[in-house]
Design a protein around this ligand. Structure first.
Ligand code: AVJ
Length: 327
């Protein structure tokens, strides 16, 4: 653990680095590109450049989830705080820029805020910025990959525990994996712990597809950055002009899929290995599952969570759920 406490602020900031990527990146990329249907995990999007591009996506007119979720948090934050309780140890999964939690902190008054994110520098900057605006808050930033098991850097139960998992990031997981992740969140929370989770709702496919095919091309740049990242970090030979961004709604599986499509037959070297692509072949880079309120409740129930409350926007674009862990 490193203390990042800034002399200009009174509150302690601690940084716990579980080193989630350096050793895994090469193995993950080689395994993913080696599959008969090439695939890379969406968590690989979030290097420093990718994290910036994601923040830009959140500002796009077509990308409704972020602003809709923030509106729901603003509108119902006080009620959410009543469900979660004060003086909690509040864990946030995939905290990114920690912008959403700012909406809730005033009402929530947690004793400890524990942002967990895979992007180290982004996490440290965000944690410092947050601590500066909330000078009474103890901040423990945890650099970890929450999609794999990890332990919280505290083992006492001095404070009731709550978790915040916004952004519909749960949608990135296949339903069976989402269930397993929720079960692990439950284990961290313990019985009666509350989970506040944002879930994107099923809607008109045209509207969904626009959100992942914005006119300014930011989502395309975000997707393509994965190839640039492989070129930078794994001595990759991807020619970005020979791939293009593709995103569509898969109605059968109720999910947006993002792919990187090879526009010609080609061979690409990565970390000393050669991968062949046919024209039209894709690397599947992301799934973003969309749920109905009932569909999500069924999934949560399988992981041991009971629904307590759900808030949506007037257009029913997005939902925020308060669940209680009672396995
Ligand atoms: C919020 C991280 C799950 O699926 O909407 C945005 C990320 N990908 N545009 C989503 C994303 C493309 C995203 N997550």
């Amino acid at each position: 653990m490193i203390s990042l406490t800034d002399p200009t602020t009174a509150n302690p900031i601690y940084f716990h680095d579980y080193h989630p990527t350096p050793s895994d990146l090469r193995a993950e990329v080689l395994a993913g590109l080696g599959k008969p249907r090439k695939q890379l995990s969406p968590k690989l999007f979030y290097d420093a450049e990718g994290s910036k591009l994601f923040d830009a996506i959140c500002e796009l007119p077509e990308y409704y989830p972020t602003r809709t979720e923030i509106a729901i948090l603003r509108e119902h934050g006080a009620e959410m705080a009543q469900h979660l309780g004060r003086e909690a140890l509040l864990v946030e999964l995939g905290s990114g820029s920690s912008l959403k939690i700012r909406v809730l902190l005033e009402a929530l008054q947690p004793a400890v805020y524990m942002p967990v994110d895979i992007s180290s520098e982004h996490l440290q900057q965000s944690a410092k910025a947050l601590a500066a605006t909330f000078p009474r808050l103890e901040v423990h930033a945890v650099c970890a990959d929450y999609s794999t098991p990890f332990e919280l850097p505290v083992d006492n139960h001095e404070h009731p525990r709550a978790a915040f998992f916004p952004g519909s990031s749960i949608g990135n997981f296949e339903p069976a994996d989402a269930e397993e992740l929720l079960r692990r969140v439950g284990a961290i929370l313990c019985v009666d712990g509350r989970l506040l989770i944002g879930v994107d709702l099923i809607k008109d496919p045209a509207r969904l597809e626009l959100a992942y095919n914005d006119a300014a091309g930011v989502t395309a740049a975000f997707n393509m950055n994965l190839l640039s990242r492989i070129n930078r970090e794994l001595d990759g030979g991807f020619d970005l002009s020979r791939f293009r961004h593709e995103a569509f709604f898969n109605a059968e599986q109720s999910r947006i899929e993002m792919h990187l499509l090879s526009t010609c037959d080609q061979q690409v070297g990565v970390a000393g290995e050669i991968f062949a692509f046919h024209e039209g072949e894709t690397i599947h880079t992301e799934c973003s599952h969309k749920y109905s309120v009932d569909g999500f409740h069924a999934l949560a129930a399988r992981a041991g969570f009971q629904p307590e409350q759900v808030w949506t926007d007037p257009q029913q674009l997005f939902s925020v759920h308060c669940l209680v862990y009672r396995p």
